[in-house]
Write a protein that binds this ligand. Structure first.
Ligand SMILES: *[C@@H]1O[C@H](CO)[C@@H](O)[C@H](O)[C@H]1NC(C)=O
Length: 138
């Protein structure tokens, strides 16, 4: 067997694990963000992120309906979200402190597998830092 074969095999095995929009990993695409019953979702938060994109959007998920206005997140979700996805024509505004205080940021429609990569102030990032939110759709 040529020494090249194991390499080719490894590439062939790795390829399907990394489909086109690779950076979104296991996260749904914005356009696929629907509840199982077909009703509209404004955004979804996910508990788990990961250095490996294919493992992002894991763990518990919190589905937000259009107009969801949560100055206080359910206690098990405060400072917990590590990945999020915002539906088309929707926008999610988040705050770092409850009652919509502290730092704020808007996430437009799209997939954000690693909130760690989104800067919060000079030193922080948005992973495990969302304490209040407002989600609206046009
Ligand atoms: C994000 O913030 C957390 C907590 O402050 C920190 O432990 C982590 O290293 C930061 N990650 C990046 C990529 O800056």
């Amino acid at each position: 067997m040529s020494p090249l074969r194991p390499l080719l095999l490894a590439l062939a095995l790795a390829w399907p694990l990394c489909p086109a929009p690779c950076a979104q990993g296991a996260c749904p695409a914005s356009a696929d963000l629907k509840n199982s019953d077909g009703t509209r979702t404004c955004a979804k938060l996910y508990d788990k992120s990961d250095p490996y994109y294919e493992n992002c959007c894991g763990g518990a998920e919190l589905s937000l309906e259009p107009g969801a206005d949560l100055p206080y997140l359910p206690s098990n979700w405060a400072n917990t979200a590590s990945s999020l996805v915002v539906a088309p024509r929707c926008e999610l505004t988040v705050w770092s402190l409850q009652s919509k205080a502290g730092k704020t940021r808007k996430f437009s429609a799209g997939t954000y597998p690693r909130l760690e990569e989104h800067r919060r102030g000079i030193l922080g990032n948005w992973s495990n830092a969302i304490s209040a939110l407002y989600c609206r759709c046009s």
